[in-house]
Ligand binder design. Structure first.
Ligand SMILES: Cc1ncc(COP(=O)(O)O)c(C=O)c1O
Length: 380
């Protein structure tokens, strides 16, 4: 049976593929060499490997798994999610135009704004979860790239990817989707028309809060894709073999982690929604969420593990709730097996994030324990 015909759960459980014939090991080996030898006739001993900046087996194995999961033709790993985003934006020519979703991960917005200012690239920032607004922003003129993040972090808005593709196509732009908060199991942006999908693999794909990484997966091998691949090989923003190996190991349990996290998250969201000390819960898996119907179509396996909620009271109340949590670690990031809580206003006070908003990433602990922890912190 060919790996190509298998379900994602099987591909993931055996991520990295066949038995290592040299050792008999059931996990792939790590090759740390930076350079590869040639024979007496100056032929490479292994024609796939010349120098480790562009060539490493375990990096390629991890990329193969990610490309297959997303239904893409190729994947490229980078040393962080931001490096993957930067690699894509660097293909936009000086003086070009991009349409970027507003209210997304602040680190992305900040870097894109700075980069575009340096390159005289015009940015239209728009709430892309409003399909008409996105279409209108695209109608202003030709663009090179439309960038959306769904579900968005920390507002948990869901973007209609098929509508975004139509808008991007109308202005001649590529559509790229940051699908980090969805995971490759809960959403398949390429199937809905995206040209490129991106993940910070630092998050749920690795899942253990111990590897920084990012990936781009392309539907087709286009000139833009080749430019990204060449630039990575020459400019050197590569993932190291140890990180790629850890990523493969993390991916072996991705499907069970995502199932458990999504199940826990829905229980936690329902608990918070009914809690008298909570003003609102932002989670697209709740029927009350404005994008619930869209999330059901685009993310049929669950709405993920990330959510935000607004605590009744003020900034001090929200910080007190965060301070009283015992199981949720007070730390930035998301997608790990351990649950995290973050007061985003502390990080990005000027972006309009409410002072009472707490973002949580729900892990694989017992939902009952997580709910009890939130209950005691909020005050029953
Ligand atoms: C949605 C999203 N995209 C991209 C990134 C950037 O990824 P990294 O921290 O791996 O560079 C993050 C980081 O939090 C994120 O949440």
């Amino acid at each position: 049976m060919d790996f190509k015909d298998m379900q994602p759960e099987t591909v993931l459980a055996q991520a990295g593929g066949a038995i290592d014939l040299q050792s008999g090991g059931v996990v792939p080996p790590i090759q740390p060499a930076t350079t590869y030898a040639r024979d007496e006739d100056y032929k490479l001993l292994n024609e796939n490997n010349l120098y480790s900046r562009p060539h490493n087996d375990v990096v390629r194995q991890a990329e193969g798994v990610l490309a297959q999961l997303e239904g893409g033709s190729e994947a490229l790993l980078f040393p962080s999610g931001m490096a993957a985003i930067a690699a894509l934006f660097r293909t936009v020519p000086t003086g070009g135009r991009v349409v970027v979703q507003s209210g997304i991960y602040w680190g992305t917005t900040k870097w894109i704004r700075e980069f575009c200012a340096r390159r005289q690239i015009e940015i239209a920032e728009v709430d892309a979860s409003d399909a008409a607004a996105l279409q209108a922003a695209c109608a202003v003129g030709p663009a090179h790239l439309v960038w959306v993040e769904t579900p968005s972090n920390p507002w948990l808005k869901v973007v209609d990817i098929a509508a975004a593709k139509a808008a991007a196509a109308s202005c001649g732009a590529l559509l790229a989707v940051d699908s980090t908060a969805a995971s490759p199991l809960l959403s398949k942006p390429l199937e809905f028309g995206a040209d490129v999908v991106m993940h910070s693999t630092t998050k749920v794909i690795n899942g253990h809060s111990d590897v920084l990484g990012g990936v781009l997966v392309t539907k087709d091998v286009t000139p833009v894709w080749e430019e990204i691949a060449n630039d990575r090989a020459s400019a050197g923003a590569v993932m190291g073999p140890f990180e790629a190996w850890l990523l493969l190991r993390g991916m072996r349990t991705l499907s069970v982690r995502v199932d458990r996290m999504a199940e826990n998250a829905l229980k936690v969201a329902r608990f918070l929604e009914d809690h008298p000390k909570v003003d609102a819960v932002l989670f697209p898996g709740l029927e009350s969420h404005a994008h619930y119907a869209l999330a059901q179509t685009q993310m049929p396996g669950g709405a993920g593990f990330l959510m935000s909620f607004l605590v009744k009271g003020d900034k001090a109340t929200a910080l007190q709730v965060a301070g009283k949590l015992k199981l949720f670690h007070r730390a930035t990031s998301l997608g790990g097996v351990e649950s995290l809580v973050e007061h985003r206003h502390t990080i990005e006070s000027h972006t309009g994030i409410p002072e009472t908003l707490l973002r949580i990433s729900v892990g694989i602990e017992s939902a009952e324990d997580l709910i009890a922890d939130l209950g005691q912190a909020l005050g029953q």
